[in-house]
Design a protein around this ligand. Structure first.
Ligand code: ADP
Ligand code: MG
Length: 292
């Protein structure tokens, strides 16, 4: 494309809340035939709220919530925020953990008083040698509703689980339909539970799903699609999305997302809305058509 056509398209993008950071991105976007979308914070708002507290026998709901809130207090994860806010709303003690460790893509491990508290997915508890079978029916029940189940263990024993639900962003369904209408395959990629992710995918009209991926696998998944000859766009918001955004032929970050994701990408969707990607693809098509 000519420098002038690039400047014009970049200006139109900016006027629509789409910051295109490289001419290369504008020249490639019209060739995309596959777009990978992160779920939490990209398709959904990423501000999940607590919906369910299901304590195991021997615990009551407030006690369980207070313990896991103490464990999650220092976590940056949106799921952690949902737990902490719910505990505050119920006026539960805001005890702090004595030590805290975040296990990316799995959860947290903390010492609260003299107890060791784990909060996260089944993989986190299983890796600690904890049998989660007593919780699995409840996990499944939450997940089929599209809620993210978080399991808790205290001193090596299952203590119950909580569910959080996120809401789909305005514009996600229309943007996904818009991508499909342009002949682009849309894939949802998430670290979340497979059943939960499938429920959300169904709600937004996505048929291809890669769930329960560890953060470092996201970039590998993009590379695998590229190895099939696909030209791959990726949209994400989290630190865990940054390598995949950099790997993609065109990486787009949600403007309200983390700085790391924004720096790793070619396009910033300032409005935080996926429709910006469709606009960017159309700008790219128009730009490349003009110069041929
Ligand atoms: P996503 O790809 O949807 O942004 P992540 O890779 O951040 O998800 O996390 C994957 C899964 O790990 C979450 O769905 C959750 O089950 C678990 N997890 C991650 N961080 C936490 C946390 N702080 N507390 C509880 N669970 C967590
Ligand atoms: Mg995310």
């Amino acid at each position: 494309a000519t420098p002038l056509s690039i400047t014009v398209a970049t200006g139109k993008g900016a006027a629509n809340g789409i910051l295109i950071r490289s001419a290369q991105a504008l020249e490639t976007a019209h060739k995309l035939n596959t777009v990978v979308l992160d779920k939490t914070g990209t398709i959904t708002r990423g501000t999940p709220a607590l919906t369910d507290i299901l304590p195991a026998t021997g615990f009551d709901a407030d006690e369980l919530l207070a313990l896991i809130a103490a464990a999650e207090r220092d976590s940056e994860h949106p799921l952690a925020k949902a737990i902490v806010v719910a505990a505050e709303d119920r006026g539960l003690s805001n005890a702090r953990a004595r030590s805290f460790e975040s296990i990316t893509g799995q959860g947290v491990r903390a010492q609260v008083g003299d107890r060791i508290v784990l909060v996260g997915n089944a993989r986190l508890l299983t890796a600690a040698g904890i049998d989660t079978s007593s919780l699995s029916a409840a996990v499944e029940r939450l997940a089929v509703d599209g809620k993210t189940p978080m399991l808790a263990a205290v001193d090596g024993r299952p203590a119950g689980l909580v569910g959080v639900a996120d809401t789909i962003k305005d514009g996600s369904i229309e943007a996904i339909a818009g991508l499909a209408a342009r002949g682009i395959d849309v894939v949802m990629m998430t670290g979340d539970n497979r059943t939960t992710a499938a429920a959300i995918a169904r709600q937004v009209g996505i048929h291809r799903l890669v769930a329960e991926v560890m953060p470092e696998q996201k970039a590998r998944e993009v590379r695998r699609l590229q190895a099939q000859g696909r030209v791959v766009g990726m949209v994400g918001d989290g630190i865990n999305d940054a390598p995949a955004l950099a790997q993609a032929d065109v990486g787009s970050a949600i403007g309200t997302g983390t700085d790391v994701a924004i720096e790793a990408s070619d396009i910033t969707l300032i409005s935080g809305n996926l429709s910006g990607l469709v606009t960017a693809i159309d700008l790219s098509r128009a730009t490349m058509r003009n110069i041929r």
